[in-house]
Design a protein around this ligand. Structure first.
Ligand SMILES: *Cc1c(COP(=O)(O)O)cnc(C)c1O
Length: 370
């Protein structure tokens, strides 16, 4: 048991999980999955052990699609694909599907993940960096300064930089050029206008469910233009024609995502969860800003509501901070190795109470060590 908060946390119990990804999944969802693990829907087997083409699995898949469509208000002229290969797979799939021959694409460089998408896209087409992060990605250039190319095949951006903790609070206007968004770490964190996008993609392991599933929401007119060399598993047309079952889909991850969608509906949908997310983030940033001990370098308008990186005034205190936090059951707070320091990821599945504990712990740690 930790001595800071006096919680009755015991090693071996489920902790307050601030992992960046794979990340927390709602406890109720895990309990339901546990309860129906051995014999799913009377099938006499687990959901992992039956055909994806059977009636029960197909019904689950249909319901999952309907639920995410309801949650995000996805218009009828968009397909929702349940794929594999992660967001990094989409770094290649996007240029292969909609890059066209000999064309260029605009990329917004907001940090680590945007840069990774750029590096991959450069294998397929000419990349124009239309906007860049200000020093150390503490903010982005204003939209009016972006150097968008009206002939670009598409504009790609990363709605939330999971490592840097920078998040767009607006959807960039790109005219007729399709907007493509990597929403891996903030999809379903609040309502968005899907109509503004050509493609939205997200690996599931941040804000949806377990790793192995990749959601792609793609406007129908962008399907069917893939390069001939595009692997069929990555080709939106072959996957859309076969309801994301061109090859065997990640059945367990798909099922678990379906439970998360139902859980989100029970929470009141995306408007409701957005309010909780705003409160959680505000509490954490207030704690950081009120102290001279913790620091977050992202400008206020650009701060992420999902991933809150922060440093301690003295990095020699990093190790005791993490060790004492863990004793209180506050886990996985170590920052990404690319930036160091700490990071609290506070996705949908992280209860507000856990953020309250973290804030209390940080205040007490500062009182003793600051
Ligand atoms: C985690 C992450 C990725 C990489 O996802 P994989 O599923 O591991 O390929 C890409 N973009 C963002 C914004 C991420 O958070």
């Amino acid at each position: 048991m930790g001595e800071f908060l006096g919680l009755s946390f015991q090693p071996g119990e489920r902790c307050c999980n601030f992992s960046a990804g794979p990340a927390a999944i709602p406890q109720e969802v895990l309990e339901q999955a546990r309860d129906e693990l051995l014999n799913w829907h009377g099938e006499g087997a687990s959901v992992m052990e039956i055909s994806h083409r059977g009636t029960a699995f197909m019904a689950m898949a249909e319901k999952a699609e309907k639920d995410i469509r309801d949650l995000m208000a996805i218009p009828g002229n968009y397909k929702v694909l349940f794929l594999q290969g992660g967001a990094r797979g989409q770094f290649s799939a996007v240029p292969m599907n909609i890059g066209g021959k000999g064309r260029a694409a605009d990329y917004i460089n907001s940090g680590y993940w945007a840069k990774s998408a750029i590096t991959e896209a450069q294998h397929y087409l000419h990349v124009n960096i239309a906007a860049d992060g200000k020093p150390s990605y503490s903010a982005m250039e204003g939209l009016s300064q972006w150097r968008l190319n009206p002939d670009a095949a598409y504009v790609h951006y990363t709605t939330n930089e999971t490592i840097g903790g920078l998040q767009f609070s607006f959807i960039p206007e790109t005219g007729d050029v399709p907007l493509v968004a990597d929403m891996s770490s903030d999809i379903l964190s609040g309502p968005i206008d899907v109509n503004r996008f050509g493609i939205i993609y997200a690996g599931a392991q941040k804000n949806i469910g377990p790793a192995g599933l990749t959601i792609v929401i793609v406007r129908e007119d962008l399907i069917g233009q893939a390069d001939a060399a595009c692997p069929a598993v990555m080709n939106y047309a072959s996957q859309a024609e076969r309801d994301s079952m061109y090859n065997t889909p990640p059945t367990f991850a798909w099922y678990l995502a379906s439970l998360v969608f139902q859980w989100l509906k029970k929470q009141g949908g995306l408007e409701a969860i957005a309010q909780v997310n705003a409160r959680k983030a505000a509490k954490l940033y207030q704690c950081i800003d009120a102290s001279g001990f913790y620091d977050n370098n992202v400008e206020k308008d650009w701060r992420s509501r999902m991933n809150v990186p922060f440093i301690l005034a003295d990095s020699a205190l990093d190790t005791p901070f993490l060790a004492e936090a863990e004793k209180e059951g506050l886990c996985y707070l170590k920052g990404h190795k690319a930036v160091g320091g700490m990071r609290a990821s506070i996705y949908n599945a992280v209860p507000e109470k856990h953020v309250d504990y973290l804030v209390s712990f940080m205040q007490e740690f500062e009182r003793r060590y600051g």
